[in-house]
Design a binder for this molecule. Structure first.
Ligand code: URA
Ligand code: SF4
Length: 273
């Protein structure tokens, strides 16, 4: 199938939106035309663009490809969905709750919790995995080597790390020896992240690495399958890319991460139009 046909097929499906209330009714992405999508698809080095929100659930993708789904134009296909739940705590109280948290065993080994950094009113929200050694010591996310790489990626994308983005992690405490988070730890901690997102109400979420994307989309699909697409987290567009620490170990995938940033920037522009 040609690229154009692929895009056309994608576009005929009707999106699987989970819109958030009134904000969504005039979502600029809904006004994108087929021609605009095709123009986006023509950029040589970009990953295949799935212009409408993809779903992490393969079953839903299959359902969406049924011919009957093709009949509904995108705007009408968007059924009203509940407004995302408001955060239970205000921002300050949420920070205090995290600082005092003992909901999982990591509270015993941490030096301090790492809540997040950047502009809480930013339109971009970046989500990593968990604090490492430097983050645990300084109380800030992404201040080590992976953080430097992330800062470079952001700067090259034209984003200021202090004003244009907010950066948080799935876990607020460091797993000893930087081991992977366990499912129990994620389950204990993820509520804080959901509340952070509800406060920030970002225009676009960039999930860094598999733990962030799998937690937010409730999927176990690998990052290689999830990147390069526009997903939906409770009505907010979400894009996944590789974790910067992984990129430090796997240089060839740096080019793909750069493609993902280009894709994210283009999608952000389309959403913001
Ligand atoms: N890796 C992460 O996922 N988060 C950090 O804050 C630092 C490294
Ligand atoms: Fe609490 Fe999260 Fe730290 Fe566990 S990792 S103690 S749930 S803040």
């Amino acid at each position: 199938m040609s690229r154009t046909d692929f895009l056309r097929q994608q576009m005929g499906l009707g999106p699987i939106w989970q819109p958030r209330g009134e904000w969504f009714a005039d979502h600029p992405a809904l006004r994108q035309t087929q021609q605009q999508f095709e123009e986006q698809g023509d950029v040589a080095d970009a990953p295949v663009t799935t212009p409408l929100v993809a779903t992490a659930d393969p079953k839903r993708e299959t359902a969406a490809s049924q011919p009957s789904a093709n009949l509904a134009p995108p705007v009408e296909a968007a059924t009203p969905a509940p407004v995302p739940p408001a955060s239970e705590l205000d921002w300050e109280a949420l920070q205090q709750a995290v600082a005092a948290c003992e909901k999982c065993g990591l509270c015993k080994t941490r030096t301090q919790t790492v809540f997040g950094r950047g502009n809480p009113k930013a339109r971009w929200l970046l989500i990593g995995e968990a604090p490492g050694e430097h983050e645990d010591r300084q109380g800030q996310p992404f201040v080590g080597k992976a953080g430097q790489l992330l800062d470079n990626l952001l700067a090259a994308t034209g984003l200021d790390r202090d004003t244009d983005v907010y950066i948080a992690n799935v876990l607020k405490c460091r797993p000893p020896g930087n081991r992977n988070p366990t499912p129990d730890e994620i389950l204990a901690c993820e509520g804080y992240l959901h509340q952070q997102i509800a406060h920030i109400q970002p225009t676009l979420i960039l999930a860094l690495g598999r733990f962030a994307v799998q937690t937010l989309l409730q999927t176990d699909r690998p990052i290689g399958q999830l990147r390069g697409k526009l997903h939906d987290y409770r009505g907010t567009p979400l894009i996944a890319t590789y974790h910067p620490a992984y990129l430090l170990r796997t240089l060839p995938d740096k080019a793909k991460a750069w493609q993902d940033m280009v894709f994210a920037k283009r999608q952000f522009a389309a959403i913001s139009r």
